[in-house]
Ligand binder design. Structure first.
Ligand code: NAD
Length: 353
């Protein structure tokens, strides 16, 4: 076994149907008395419900979160938090809402209680992102890692199948890249494999029967493991490409992940055989890349960049952007290979062996 570093910060997790019932008690446990509840405009009613449960411990609701945390939104939210003298953020939602909580915590160090309602996994990571002038900058800071996470599958029942499938594929992407990360370690690899297993078995049920609580719980469990894997390792070409494409062409985060993952996995197939074997086993497939592609098809999720808003004349630029700065990846990054990967993803062809 090769040498490794394991440095995992602790987050308190309450998991299961009814976890939200613990919200007021968990906020109190952090010593907070004035929690600012965050959400997207579409999830305003969930935020109001959380505030109602907090009673006197709710300082207010700010339901203006949007994707990729534009700096203007972050500044406005920070102003509200300051004005209300908030000493805690309760983020009810997906990666966008939790990201807004992180933007506040980055500046003020207030603790975050996260109540995730998608499978993106941001609640388990010290990674934050801020978009300024169309450019998204990410960083790591333990201040932004939520102190407490309440995983309540009941809250995910309303996530529509067309968002649930891609969101789950986004979580699988964290697991796949954690398996071949330069700083992979055996503990995180166990979590990553289990995350893939849980998501691969639950997502087909989730998209068919969105109210199936057991499947929703299983998917959320997988998302928790995936978020932990993302937070503990460095990501490679898949995340780099999704970041580049999403930012440059304004594509939906989870959709890009879904489309790129089979092709990024195929790109690394020969360079990371052990990770591929584990991922394929967890998917119940012969080949990891094909297994991921087939799962996306089964979920009715997007499989081609051309179908999610990528312009045909953007492929060269995308390949250029994704190869201009060096980063870790099992297979060396060069323009021709990445351009070919993007071409396959653009057309949505099944990876060949
Ligand atoms: P999102 O948070 O943007 O949510 C997508 C849509 O679904 C929103 O309209 C939201 O209101 C709605 N929604 C969420 N939960 C719902 C529910 N249960 N019922 C009904 N509607 C619901 O999407 P996301 O994919 O979770 O997050 C994407 C963002 O998170 C991106 O900006 C991405 O970069 C970031 N992210 C960050 C990390 C990290 O570690 N920092 C990890 C993953 C994603």
């Amino acid at each position: 076994m090769r040498a490794f570093l394991y440095d995992q910060p602790a987050t308190r997790v309450i998991f299961g149907v009814g976890a939200l019932d613990h919200l007021a008690e968990e906020v109190r446990r952090l010593g907070a008395r004035r929690a600012l509840v965050l959400a997207t405009p579409e999830q305003r009613s969930s935020a109001d419900e959380a505030a109602r449960r907090l009673g006197d411990a709710a300082a207010g609701v700010y339901a203006e979160a949007v994707m990729h945390v534009p700096i203007e939104t972050a500044r406005a939210a920070r102003d509200v938090a300051r004005r209300l003298e908030a000493d805690c953020c309760v983020a009810v939602g997906g990666g966008s809402t939790i990201g807004l909580g992180k933007a506040i915590a980055l500046e003020s160090a207030v603790p975050i209680v996260a109540v995730p309602t998608t499978y993106a996994g941001s609640e388990m990571t010290p990674i934050y992102g801020l978009t300024d002038g169309g450019l998204k900058r990410t960083g790591r800071d333990r201040k932004v890692l939520p102190k407490t996470v309440l995983y309540d599958p009941t809250l995910t029942v309303s996530l529509p199948p067309r968002i649930s499938g891609p969101s789950g594929m986004n979580a699988i992407a964290h697991c796949v890249e954690a398996l071949y990360a330069r700083d992979a370690n055996p503990i995180i690899s166990l979590l990553a494999a289990e995350g893939i297993r849980a998501l691969a078995r639950s997502l087909p049920v989730v998209v068919k029967e969105p109210a199936h609580l057991d499947a929703r719980a299983d998917a959320l469990y997988g998302a928790w493991l995936a978020g932990t894997a993302l937070g503990a390792t460095s990501m490679s070409i898949h995340h780099k490409l999704c970041h580049t494409l999403g930012g440059a062409f304004n594509l939906t985060h989870a959709d890009v992940h879904t489309v790129i993952l089979p092709h990024a996995t195929a790109f690394n197939r020969e360079a990371a055989p052990d990770a591929m074997r584990v991922a394929a086993g967890a998917l119940g497939a012969r080949d990891a890349a094909q297994g991921i592609f087939d799962l996306a098809v089964r979920l009715g999720a997007p499989i081609a960049l051309k179908d999610i808003g990528m312009p045909a004349d953007g492929l060269d630029r995308a390949a250029q952007l994704a190869t201009e700065s060096p980063y870790d990846n099992p297979r060396p990054i060069e323009y021709a290979g990445v351009r070919e990967l993007i071409e396959h993803a653009y057309h949505g062809t099944r990876p060949t062996l």
